[in-house]
Design a protein around this ligand. Structure first.
Ligand SMILES: Nc1ncnc2c1ncn2[C@@H]1O[C@H](COP(=O)(O)OP(=O)(O)OP(=O)(O)O)[C@@H](O)[C@H]1O
Ligand SMILES: [Mg+2]
Length: 471
């Protein structure tokens, strides 16, 4: 600390002191300027740091948000796939259970139908029982449809996948819907091209579109409106691939079945594909339509997506992989079911089935002898091995099985065409059938066209010129 000089009584001393103080003040001012500058610098530095920190904070915040969104999306995805898995497991279980029952039920049903048909012919039309029998038959046919649904969806109905031309099948559905809906429902149908082909089964594709179409028609029944069915070919865009986890980068057939009907309650929407879920009154709906459609679509590598708004309507989008580079096949509906005049021996231990098959085969022009006992059939055959041109045998019969009966017949007459019918639970393999020298084998229930075509093919093959005996 500077202290003033002891004596400032002389002017020199005063001047010297003044100069000293001036120098001192300059120093102080310099110091002050430096300090001010330093303080300004540090404020600036502080502000700069603050702003950098704020920016960093914002970045962190947005990073955190992104991360949260990502976790949320991933969790949602996981939850969805878990729900889907649970759903599939439930469907599979119900399918296995229902399929087992449906299969046996089918045979019983065929017998009931067979007998009811015979009884209707036995009683005169004016008899009161005639109408009741008609009602029995109608109920049976509904039960038959139901069994067919259950078998398809439990995958017990064997379906062979082959190239299927789509447009004639959709047209057929549209025709059937038009015939069944009230005039207050307008049905529209559109497509972008007629040559789309998928790998599948025509009956199943028909089922998918028919089930969706029937639901749409039901949704429109009360207030009328528009039912729109359209098909087109789509190449998935990136947005589609992100939206539908099941979608692959390949062309799809897109079938849209849309209605302006009652719509679906958001609370109900997650359940509609569950087997046996229905909002329809008892006797009106079984709740299998969508479960069947979905199981078929997924088996083909496709999927069904639904959008709906209560009171406005619903849109069901079916996506099925397009089959490329295949020849468009001849649509089934255009070729008649083949028949003939040959003699056929039919053996099945179910009398109801025997009557059904007899009616079906004679309807195709064949001469039919039908028996319920395999032993009796063998005796008849051995008595005159050339009496028949073809044998159609059920496999599961008491005593002598169909396969064994076939083997015995073929031992006697090796070129006899034999067609075997088996149930899914019968453990007959294609190898066994081929090894035994059979012409063909079929799963029950017997589909008329399929059976008729294979009988005709077997007969034609047997009629081809054969090698000389002993050659
Ligand atoms: N287009 C639609 N509009 C409104 N509701 C629909 C539509 N399609 C399906 N649903 C709802 O989904 C439920 C399940 O449909 P699904 O086809 O599986 O069974 P169902 O039609 O009730 O019976 P069925 O086995 O005879 O088809 C229906 O009961 C209905 O509530
Ligand atoms: Mg339905």
């Amino acid at each position: 600390m500077d202290t003033p000089s002891a004596s400032l009584d002389s002017p020199e001393a005063l001047r010297a002191e003044l100069e000293r103080l001036q120098v001192r003040e300059k120093h102080l001012q310099n110091d002050l300027a430096v300090t001010r500058q330093e303080s300004e610098d540090s404020t600036l530095h502080y502000l700069e740091t603050l702003s950098a920190l704020q920016q960093r904070n914002q970045e962190l915040e947005s990073l955190k948000n992104n991360l949260e969104n990502l976790v949320e999306a991933r969790t949602r995805e996981l939850r969805q796939s878990q729900e889907h898995l649970l759903h599939m497991q439930r469907v599979e279980l119900i399918g296995a259970l229902a399929g087992g029952i449906a299969h046996d039920f089918n045979n019983i049903l065929f017998a009931i139908i067979g007998y009811a048909e015979m009884a209707i012919e036995d009683v005169p039309r004016e008899h009161p029982a005639s109408e009741k029998l008609g009602a029995i038959l109608k109920a049976c046919h509904r039960a038959k449809d139901l069994v067919k649904h259950i078998l398809t969806f439990s995958r017990q109905e064997k379906s062979e996948q082959r190239p299927v031309l789509v447009s004639p099948i959709i047209q057929e559905v549209v025709r059937m819907l038009r015939a069944s809906v009230p005039s207050s429902v307008e049905i529209r149908y559109g497509y972008d091209r007629k040559d789309l082909v998928i790998l599948g089964d025509p009956t199943e594709l028909h089922q998918v579109v028919m089930n969706l179409g029937t639901n749409a028609a039901d949704a429109l029944r009360d207030k009328g409106g528009v039912l729109d069915i359209r098909t087109r070919r789509v190449e998935p865009a990136d947005a589609d691939l992100a939206r539908f986890p099941m979608m692959r980068r390949q062309p799809y057939l897109h079938i849209l079945v849309q209605d302006t009907g009652v719509g679906i309650d958001p609370a109900v929407l997650p359940k509609i594909f569950t087997p046996f879920f229905t909002t329809k009154p008892p006797g009106k709906g079984t709740g299998l339509g969508l479960a069947v459609a979905q199981s078929i679509a997924e088996r083909y590598g496709g999927f069904i997506h639904v959008e709906s708004e209560l009171g406005k309507g619903s849109a069901f989008h079916v996506y099925l992989p397009e089959l490329k580079g295949s020849e468009a096949p001849v649509p089934d509906h255009d070729t008649p079911v083949p028949g003939g005049h040959e003699r056929i021996l039919f053996v099945d231990d179910e009398p109801g089935l025997v009557d059904m098959a007899r009616a079906m085969l004679s309807g195709l022009g064949y001469e039919v002898v039908a028996l319920t006992s395999s032993a009796e059939a063998l005796n008849l055959f051995l008595a005159d091995p050339d009496r028949f041109d073809l044998a159609l045998l059920d496999h599961t019969m008491p005593g002598l099985s169909g396969l064994d009966l076939a083997r015995m017949m073929l031992r006697k007459r090796p070129r006899l065409p034999v067609v075997l019918c088996t149930g899914y639970s019968d453990a007959v393999t294609e190898e066994q059938v081929a090894a035994a020298g059979l012409a063909a084998f079929h799963y029950k229930p017997l589909v008329k066209r399929e059976l008729a075509e294979s009988i005709r093919a077997a007969l034609d093959k047997a009629a081809q010129p054969r090698p000389q005996p002993g050659a």
